[in-house]
Design a protein around this ligand. Structure first.
Ligand SMILES: [Zn+2]
Length: 225
């Protein structure tokens, strides 16, 4: 091979690498936010809401209840069953010497829209899609999802707390799962979120936790894609 050909070859490879590097974040090769389906069973405890399954704009659970301020910021609402389970869990954690505080729970479609648009305006759509969900695609709208913080008072740093370790051991016993595990992005569409939990009921939470399975995988296995 001549030197010239060799150089062209190297430049071509470098060019391809640069293109791959800059496009991998744009989800060009993934199905996220493509082939979007409407959620048909929004009230079921195993409801799947993700970047391909969307809730209607007017969906709002009918049994939302305010979480007791002993364990939550003011005016945080969850569906009745999830709220009772969360309070029971936080109470037991407190008895064990841990402080679990709920910082975000039910979010309406319009509020999620504001959040998402805020990220788009300040940091661009690409960034917004990585750290937030588009309206209708956040499971916070189900009233079954929650973000929590521990002793350090910062949900972003929840993984560093002893409360996180407590949750790892006990969350499933109260019906909660860590919804977006490490290295789960290709399946869940969301990066690792140690602070975000989802209520699915005790039986399913035990099953998913023991089998190290995401809700997405379970749902597709049970209902098909
Ligand atoms: Zn969350």
């Amino acid at each position: 091979m001549s030197e010239k050909k060799f150089r062209i070859c190297i430049y071509t490879i470098l060019f391809i690498l640069v293109i791959v590097f800059f496009t991998k974040d744009f989800n060009l090769f993934s199905d996220f936010y493509k082939n979007i389906k409407q959620v048909k069973n929004p009230n079921q405890l195993d409801v799947l809401v993700n970047k391909n399954y969307q809730l209607q704009e007017d969906y709002m659970p009918s049994d939302l209840e305010e979480v007791h301020v002993e364990f939550a910021f003011e005016h945080k609402y969850l569906r009745k069953e999830a709220k009772n389970a969360f309070e029971e869990m936080a109470q037991q954690a407190k008895k064990d010497g841990y402080q679990i505080i709920l910082v975000s729970a039910y979010r309406s479609y319009s509020y999620q829209n504001e959040l998402y648009q805020h990220y788009v305006k300040t940091s661009g759509k690409n960034y917004a899609d990585r750290c937030s969900a588009r309206p209708g695609h956040s499971e916070h709208q189900t009233g079954l999802a929650l973000d929590i913080m521990g002793e350090n008072g910062d949900y972003n740093l929840f993984e560093d707390t002893k409360e996180f370790q407590w949750m790892r051991k006990h969350a499933y016993q109260y019906g909660f799962i860590l919804r977006y595990p490490k290295d789960g992005y290709d399946i869940t569409g969301f990066k690792y979120e140690p602070w975000h939990y989802r209520y699915v009921g005790k039986d399913l939470a035990s099953y998913l936790t023991k089998n190290n399975m995401t809700l997405d995988e379970y749902y597709f296995k049970k209902y098909g894609k």
